[in-house]
Design a protein around this ligand. Structure first.
Ligand code: FAD
Length: 417
């Protein structure tokens, strides 16, 4: 069987290696338009401060290592520019040349690209960066060689917070601008407040309920909605991502929510023998059953393995995602799983919220630190809707347990057990 995979990072490479484990004789080709495959997207911000000191440690695998260990044909600098679903052929561009290759099964894992809002003056700005891959990181590092002093991070989601921390640790004075009323919008306000306090304690200026409406002086000045002007030597734009769907759209694949590729529970798109996984697909928010875009590495990796199972003939269904996520901001960790109070209100679901403050381990034993947990559940059935946690240590463990409880359909009445 000839299998072609588009995109050689989280979902794509997980699919490739799992396919090899399941189908020893398959011909597996991975086309990646960028220079690197299987790199550590999640680690990129930590290279900015030097916490990850060695650039090579971000490059988890190479085409050579993947050939040697898994007999995969991995081709960086190869962009798939067209799919012909009827003929089962892709057209690939490499080094200015184009060629075609046929497939029996095609897996798309093209990911998501940074969302670039329309802001006056952005095109003329010379100091505004986004971060998605290693070339983006290289551009950022080159710009930081000029020793900028003032940095602005627009958007205080996961990547924005990580960049704010790492730029601060590099010695820049950082201002965060967030459109929502608080940083880390996936969390509820009172939980995100701990993170905001930690940012302030570490010298980060935080401006909320404001967005950038104009760049002046080639990006050196950022104008906010309220007219406030902030000077910036270096700006990171991290206001979310959108599915990389151009190839799928041109091939006539059905798209859904915000342009995400529609797949069924077997990861099949609307075209025969074309599958899709990762940030580019629309998934079901498992708790509400609603369509969602969940751009996280673990679901992408899991979906990559599952699509391999499906292609190899194993029974495996995508049951959806609950969006469990975690981030560190300086000395504090914030994590969440399932629905937030805000999303429950928006969905008009009846809920109760419970807050618990305690220590991460027994208080008498040295080193115990504070932790606050929030649990959201249905007061009638006890169904667990979601949880959030903030603290210095042990938050990951609590949220992992609650995420497992949600997946396993445990209720609040099971938790005391
Ligand atoms: P990707 O891993 O993005 O891979 C898609 C690849 O497809 C890209 O390399 C792209 O070049 C290639 N491609 C696209 N179109 C074509 C084409 N036509 N031809 C050939 N190749 C193509 N998630 C977490 O869970 N935790 C984190 O801490 C975290 N931190 C992150 C930090 C940063 C800076 C970034 C950018 C992302 C982070 N993520 C994190 C998100 C995570 O990296 C993604 O959810 C995950 O990589 C998605 O996997 P994917 O396979 O869908 O797409």
């Amino acid at each position: 069987m000839k299998i072609i995979i588009v995109g050689g990072v989280a979902g794509g490479m997980s699919a490739a290696t799992r396919l090899r484990r399941l189908m020893e004789d398959a011909e597996i080709t991975i086309f990646e338009k960028g220079p690197f495959v299987s790199f550590a997207n999640c680690g990129l911000p930590y290279y900015v401060s030097g916490e990850i000191a060695n650039r090579d440690s971000l490059l988890v695998q190479t085409p050579e290592s993947l050939k040697a260990r898994f007999n995969l044909d991995v081709r960086p600098f190869h962009e798939v520019i067209q799919i012909s679903p009827e003929e089962h052929i892709v057209t690939v561009r490499h080094d200015g040349q184009e060629f075609t290759k046929s497939y029996d099964k095609l897996i798309l894992s093209p990911g998501a690209k940074p969302f670039i809002p329309t802001i006056e003056g952005l095109a003329e700005a010379k100091n505004v960066f986004t971060i998605r891959n290693v070339p983006d990181l290289d551009n950022i590092m080159a710009s930081l060689e000029d020793n900028p002093q003032e940095a602005v991070v627009i958007g205080a989601g996961f990547i924005g917070l990580e960049m704010a921390e790492n730029l601060t640790k590099r010695g820049l004075h950082v201002t965060i601008v967030e459109k929502a009323p608080h940083v880390l919008p996936p969390l509820d306000q009172e939980m995100a407040a701990f993170v905001q306090a930690e940012l302030l304690a570490n010298g980060v200026r935080v401006i909320t309920s404001q967005s950038a409406i104009r760049f002046e002086n080639q990006g050196k000045v950022i104008v906010l909605e309220n007219g406030q002007k902030i000077s910036s030597d270096f700006t990171i734009l991290s206001v979310g991502v959108q599915p990389e769907n151009g190839l799928a759209q041109a091939a006539g694949l059905e798209l859904g929510l915000r342009g995400g590729i529609l797949v069924n529970e077997n990861y099949e798109t609307s075209q025969k023998d074309i599958f899709a996984v990762g940030d580019a697909i629309v998934v079901k928010q498992e708790i509400t059953g609603q369509d969602a875009l969940i751009s996280l590495a673990s679901p992408a990796n899991r979906q990559g393995r599952q699509v391999a199972d499906v292609i190899a003939g194993m029974k495996r269904k995508n049951k959806g995602s609950i969006g469990t996520a975690i981030v560190r901001a300086f000395d504090i960790t914030a994590a969440s799983t399932g629905l937030s109070e805000r999303s429950l209100s928006m969905n008009q679901l009846p809920y109760k919220a419970l807050h618990v403050s305690g220590k991460d381990h027994a208080g008498y034993y040295p080193g115990a630190t504070d932790m606050t947990l929030k649990l959201l559940f249905d007061p009638n059935t006890g169904k667990i809707y979601g949880a959030q946690g903030v603290g210095k240590k042990g938050v990951d463990k609590r949220i992992d347990i609650l995420a497992t409880a949600i997946k396993g359909n445990l209720t609040v009445f099971d938790l005391p057990e």
